[in-house]
Design a protein around this ligand. Structure first.
Ligand code: UDP
Ligand code: MG
Length: 319
């Protein structure tokens, strides 16, 4: 197997405090991987400046002029972590054999790259970096994150437990990812959705090296909501189920009231009126769910995701 060109894609938003140490560790790691023949000397660290307001881009320019192993792209505007990461992966796509992504704050251990490349050599197109523990997270972050993974699983969204956006993608997987035209990105769902041969590498997640989190609660909730609504139409199906349950219960109630009336047991008119209102409410919900099931299908069509990805083929050459 040819020695692969590895690009390490690092999205950065106002990361001037961590960049010197991140650059030192990543360039040292790449040099080590090149020296041990695990990746080609053409490998690079690719920073993506996500419209930072601090010195992040100026620092990236300075690192690039000192050492061409460090490259960068600068987004014109802050577009959020997922967009910045995708921008980096797409810039790396034609230049590399595989691309690893990690955060700028050194929470992801740079030594996962050894494991990533080992699994890549073994034939994996996707290698997920999974946290072996969440000891470095606050109790709040730990609880909300774990609740989120469970909720996603409940909603039928395929994700990898305790995996964020630290992963390796082969060039083939990057090309496939480029076929997803959606703008509401949730890479943690999109990558498993492609379904390539994959494996996991465990690592200890460290606390943020310096600076503050760029994912406040507002952004975390937006990402979680995006994850659910981009990959699951179960909330729409839940409306149908709720409508059906209310309709059936109200019908049963009305039937019971009719039987009582026939048997001569007095039934209050108010009770009958309330049951009818519930019946109507149930029917309205049922119809909403019905409309929702079409809306869900339209949503799927609009996203225009590829229907399948060919991983291997044993075919005759084309004439
Ligand atoms: N990030 C980004 N754009 C944003 C927010 C965050 O590129 O709008 C980057 C950030 O610089 C970091 C990564 O996304 O490299 C993850 O952010 P952070 O470490 O602050 O998130 P946390 O680990 O606290 O969830
Ligand atoms: Mg972080």
């Amino acid at each position: 197997m040819k020695i692969p060109v590895l690009y390490v894609v690092v999205p950065c938003y106002n990361e001037q405090e961590v960049l010197p140490e991140t650059t030192r560790r990543l360039t040292a790691k790449l040099a080590e991987l090149v020296a041990t023949g695990q990746c080609s000397p053409a490998s690079r660290v690719l920073y993506v400046d996500d419209g930072s307001k601090d010195d992040t881009w100026r620092m990236i320019e300075a690192y690039h002029s000192q050492n061409p192993v460090v490259c960068g792209i600068k987004l014109a505007h802050n577009r959020g972590h997922q967009n910045a990461l995708l921008a980096g992966l797409m810039a790396a796509r034609d230049r590399c054999d595989c691309a690893a992504s990690m955060d700028a704050d050194l929470q992801d251990d740079v030594n996962v790259l050894d494991g990533f490349l080992e699994k890549y050599r073994a034939g994996c197109h996707v290698v997920y970096g999974v946290r072996s523990s969440r000891a470095s997270d606050t109790g709040f972050k730990r609880g909300t994150a774990q609740g989120f993974y469970r909720l996603l699983a409940h909603m039928g969204v395929e994700t990898v437990y305790n995996h964020a956006d630290c992963r390796l993608l082969s060039r083939r997987a990057l090309e496939e990812l480029a076929r997803y035209p959606e703008t509401n990105l949730f890479l943690r769902g999109m990558v498993p959705h492609m379904g390539f041969q994959s494996d996991v590498v465990y690592f200890e997640r460290a606390p943020r090296y310096a600076g503050e989190t760029k994912y406040p609660l507002r952004k975390m909730l937006a990402l979680a909501w995006n994850g659910i609504t981009s990959f699951s139409v179960k909330p729409l199906a839940a409306v149908t189920v709720l409508g059906a349950v209310i309709t059936l219960l109200s019908l049963a109630g009305l039937l019971a009231e009719a039987v009582c009336a026939l048997c001569g047991v007095a039934v209050s008119g108010l009770l009958a009126a309330v049951t009818s209102v519930w019946l109507l409410g149930g029917l309205v919900l049922l119809c909403l769910g019905l409309v929702g099931s079409y809306v869900g299908k339209v949503y799927g069509e609009v996203k225009a995701r590829p229907r399948f990805a060919v991983e291997k083929a044993l075919l005759d050459q084309k004439e």
